[in-house]
Design a protein. Sequence first.
Lengths: 251, 251, 251, 251
Amino acid sequence: MLRYMTAGESHGKGLMAVLDGVPAGLKMDEEFINKELTRRMVGYGRGGRMKIERDKVEVVTGIRGGFTIGSPVGLLIRNKDHKIDKLPDVKCPRPGHADLAGVQKYALGDARDVLERASARETAIKVAVGAVAKLIFKEFGIDVMSHVTAIGNVEAETDGLFFDEIKKIAEVSDLRCADKNAAKSMRKIIDNAKICGDTLGGTIEIAVLEIPPGLGTYAQWDRRLDGRIARAVMAIPAVKAVSIGKGIECA
Amino acid sequence: MLRYMTAGESHGKGLMAVLDGVPAGLKMDEEFINKELTRRMVGYGRGGRMKIERDKVEVVTGIRGGFTIGSPVGLLIRNKDHKIDKLPDVKCPRPGHADLAGVQKYALGDARDVLERASARETAIKVAVGAVAKLIFKEFGIDVMSHVTAIGNVEAETDGLFFDEIKKIAEVSDLRCADKNAAKSMRKIIDNAKICGDTLGGTIEIAVLEIPPGLGTYAQWDRRLDGRIARAVMAIPAVKAVSIGKGIECA
Amino acid sequence: MLRYMTAGESHGKGLMAVLDGVPAGLKMDEEFINKELTRRMVGYGRGGRMKIERDKVEVVTGIRGGFTIGSPVGLLIRNKDHKIDKLPDVKCPRPGHADLAGVQKYALGDARDVLERASARETAIKVAVGAVAKLIFKEFGIDVMSHVTAIGNVEAETDGLFFDEIKKIAEVSDLRCADKNAAKSMRKIIDNAKICGDTLGGTIEIAVLEIPPGLGTYAQWDRRLDGRIARAVMAIPAVKAVSIGKGIECA
Amino acid sequence: MLRYMTAGESHGKGLMAVLDGVPAGLKMDEEFINKELTRRMVGYGRGGRMKIERDKVEVVTGIRGGFTIGSPVGLLIRNKDHKIDKLPDVKCPRPGHADLAGVQKYALGDARDVLERASARETAIKVAVGAVAKLIFKEFGIDVMSHVTAIGNVEAETDGLFFDEIKKIAEVSDLRCADKNAAKSMRKIIDNAKICGDTLGGTIEIAVLEIPPGLGTYAQWDRRLDGRIARAVMAIPAVKAVSIGKGIECA
């Protein structure tokens, strides 16, 4: 059983994770984890911070001679812009964020304390954790792919393409979109949204290929695979809907 | 912290749940739980079994003099048609069900062993568990409402209605739909689907009203409210997508 | 992963357990569970209630044709003396019991609400859960034995005896003690304690034989076998010390 | 709910912990944590390594301006002697250690991979985690004290002393023993054991003072305080017995 906890704030000293249950004998490919971290930073229309971030993971624990030994894998990413103690208070809670609920829940005087943790920055350490999971997957020939299927009202058209083709095209797209024409329109509406000081929603499709049958179980509600996937994905701050198979299309 | 586990098969002796963490001093309203169980059985187009089911809960544990005492609440629903030992084997796994994966996972010779548990029948005990949760909610003035917003390609129109109005109309509809015209069309396509031996998907909206701020937390991924809701809802067999707020509309 | 929750009060309707993670294909031997329940009731000096208890388990869920099918096993034991609603209040919390803390924790007006759950009666359902675990053990040739090694200041002498010899002798002893001379003295001090309205402590030794290496792990504190055993054993109300190997002798 | 996971090997890069559930607004006193780490290193008869260790914690996450903000507290202790990759293999598993079971469990070719994690070194990060817990305790006036009550066959005599007196005396003893005469004898048998290449067992008493009633609960086996304490304490590698109250004395 693999489990993990993360820690870290947006402008604190860094981000950490303890990943328990990683099998022994796995080659710990730090370069791969760093590539995944870089991959996270690319993307048309990303904010300015992405350019200054050059995240590098340090695998602090769980390895000997470059291989895992069955003990917990401890990951550390230092923040380049550690300035949490100097940043101004945020007195006005922002709508659509955890600011207001967080301030009330933890009796804080300042939403800065909330937004430092309830931040997209946390996904950096999650990407590192996910990269370790991908290393385990590789041993079993399991492949994970994802691509952007829509931004705003522009939908990508990928009918007729196999997952490995989609993956190949999306991987070199600055929008991770496998439909080049759609990507052009997407860039335009992103530019427009930026000018208006607005943002855009979107959808992504994730496929995990070659997984063995029998993961999860129907035996107890909290062990169902669909539910566990939904929980994990919905725990990414910006995600507001999860669909398995044709769930949303049917809706 | 409230937690629960359920047990039980579709045609076994019955369904059970142990519900840990129910506060002391709560009036255990068995009649309310039974009303919720009856409410589950109503619905246009439901299968024949629904008519023979007359589920009644027995609150076996956790109460004294009709009130909870802080110890786990144990629920039991007897199956009226206990015949699991006489039912024929299911040798051909049905698509869209857990049959094939379950047979492989548990090394079973017969999909009957899978479908008896991976069955919509399990929702009966979940409704009973949920009814106890609703009793707790009531103490805090929290109300839960739900209604059908679409079946097949027919969408209900409820713009301009408040949640309590929607609830009132939906509650007396055999489709739990607050739009009477839409309901008419829904009944038609249900009838057609039945003739064709087919089924239809749909969407429901659930609203929990008057909840206090601060439930869940952004502090750790597995304690996020969105993720926990998504897991719980997606663990209902037929559910294939979950959306918070305008999640799907934006998609 | 095997996990379970129990529910039930001393004089409520009954005791329940949901046992999740039982593998499929296990013969569910109800007779064996009942024998374990009877074995629990035997014992020199036990209170009067033990004589009226004739516990019988009902395996409500998780089986088909007498074999487990991978779904949760639900157990039910009906209480013969269901009278919780008629029993008088307990206004004076008893020392050495959970009464006082329980009344304060759950804001109860009456310690009866506490002692009905914080009762040795709960061990009946635990014995049933343990019996299912023993059925699983049997498949792997794992054997569990236990015997009384001391009562009050009388110690049993079993040096030189193998575990299977100890087991055989202890099993037919009304004190579950493998030293017949010691047992005589134990009976005497038990009789004396009874006359004085007192009780006596004691120690038992439990051995699980033929377990495979590698259960538990040093990798994370909460997965260590010693700690998990200690938690499980210390969760039996009367147990106040747990020792692995020569732990207490060394102390 | 407070929970934590640790990571780290004896001669790896360092030790880490993620501590989830720390309330907001707590002054994070790093100096106090470091004092606790130094306190761990003191002790008559400790191995040579203790002298080179000068553990210092870095609170990487969970704080702003020196106070907790409700997000997970991440702790990091760098190992001064990071040399895991250069240390020789351990081909002969040592009795009384996790070596053999660990090698079998994780299919390792070398017990070094086991002993690096299954090491008393892990207690350093646990002391840091415990120090944060003590900071929380302080806010409620809860005090934790401990002292050595026996080493080998030498027992300390503290009858008639109050806990705060015992604490004061033990705190300045190099054996953390409140009986100066006993401590003299203990030093002698420690010296003798050292000469013989042997070690000695011992017992310690821990008291937590001024805790509020109602921690833990009898409601479910895995939430009982005694059991949870036993699990936590027994998860320290060298601990082989746990006793609550007069548990062992009665035995």
